[in-house]
Design a protein around this ligand. Structure first.
Ligand code: CIR
Length: 256
C-alpha cells in the first residue's frame, strides 16, 4: 500500500533533456497539463504528494524516479548513469531526509537509475543497462538484502528500444508482471504470471499499480482491455510530451 509520492514539475527547459525518441520537441504547456493530470491521478489513488520545485539546472529532473529506490523497509539514493543527471540527487537527498531517518547512497564506480529497479513484492528485479552498471546493481542488492528483500539482475543491454528495465516491465501484484514481448521469454521471470504487451503497444508496459488502480499511458486499448478483463481499475493518462523525452509513466514519481 502506498501512501505518498514525490514528484517534480518539469522545468521550462525540459526539452533540453536527453532523448533518443525522435518524436520532435515536447510542448511545455502540454507537458505541464499532462503532469498535472498525472499528479491528480496519484491523489485519486489516495497518495499525498511532495512536489519538488522545477529545477532548470537539470532538464531531466522531472523523471524523479531515477534518483532513488524507495521501499517499505528502506530507501537508497541512486547515482544516475547519465553525467548530465548526476546532480539531480542533491535535492532528492534533502527531500528523502525529511521522511527516512537514514539511507545509503550508491557509490562510485556504481551507477544506478531507479527506472531500472522493479519491485515485485519481496523481490526486486534490477536491470543492467546503459545507465545502471553491475557495481551499482550489486550495491543496491546488498542494501535490499539487509532489509530481507531478494534481488536478481536482468541484463537489458542487448534489448533494443528500452532505456530502463521498467520501460518494458511492471509488477501488477499477485505474482503477475506486465512485460514486453522481447522480455517475456527471459528465464529471469520464470515463476511469475506474464501479461505480455504486444510490440505495437510496448510503451504501455511501463504502467504503475498504485493501491487498487493501475495507471497506464492513454492510447493502448488492447493492453487496457486486458487489464480490465483481469479486474484492474485503470486510469489512462496522456504521456505524449514525456515520451518525446524517452520518459515512461513510472518515472514521473517516487511512490512509497
Ligand atoms: C533520460 O534519458 O534520462 C530522460 N530523458 C528520461 C528518463 C526516463 N526515466 C525512466 O523511464 N525511468
Amino acid at each position: 500500500m502506498f501512501t505518498r509520492a514525490i514528484v517534480r514539475l518539469p522545468a521550462s527547459n525540459f526539452a533540453e533533456g536527453l532523448t533518443t525518441a525522435g518524436r520532435g520537441a515536447p510542448n511545455y504547456e502540454r507537458a505541464l497539463e499532462q503532469h498535472q493530470a498525472y499528479c491528480a491521478a496519484l491523489e485519486q489513488c489516495g497518495l499525498i504528494l511532495t512536489r519538488l520545485e522545477p529545477d532548470p539546472d537539470y532538464p531531466d529532473s522531472t523523471f524523479v524516479e531515477d534518483t532513488a529506490v524507495l521501499t517499505a523497509r528502506c530507501a537508497v539514493l541512486a547515482r544516475p548513469g547519465a553525467t548530465s543527471r548526476a546532480g539531480e540527487v542533491a535535492s532528492v537527498r534533502y527531500a528523502l531526509a525529511t521522511v527516512f531517518p537514514s539511507f545509503p547512497a550508491i557509490q562510485a564506480p556504481g551507477t544506478l537509475d531507479g527506472g531500472d529497479v522493479c519491485e515485485a513484492g519481496n523481490h526486486f528485479f534490477v536491470g543492467i543497462s546503459a545507465r545502471t552498471n553491475e557495481a551499482g546493481a550489486r550495491q543496491l542488492a546488498e542494501v535490499l538484502g539487509a532489509s530481507n528483500y531478494t534481488a536478481s539482475f536482468v541484463d537489458i543491454r542487448g534489448v533494443e528500444g528500452i532505456l530502463h528495465l521498467k520501460s518494458g516491465l511492471a509488477y501488477l501484484g499477485d505474482e503477475r508482471l506486465a512485460v514486453i514481448e522481447v522480455l517475456a521469454r527471459r528465464f529471469e521471470f520464470g515463476g511469475y504470471e506474464l501479461l505480455s504487451v504486444k510490440a505495437e503497444e510496448e510503451y504501455a508496459a511501463n504502467c504503475v499499480r498504485v493501491n487498487d488502480r493501475v495507471l497506464l499511458a492513454a492510447g493502448y486499448p488492447n493492453f487496457e482491455r486486458k487489464l480490465g478483463d483481469l479486474g484492474y481499475q485503470t486510469i489512462a493518462l496522456e504521456m505524449s510530451e514525456f515520451r518525446k523525452m524517452d520518459g515512461g509513466l513510472s518515472c514521473l514519481s517516487l511512490r512509497f
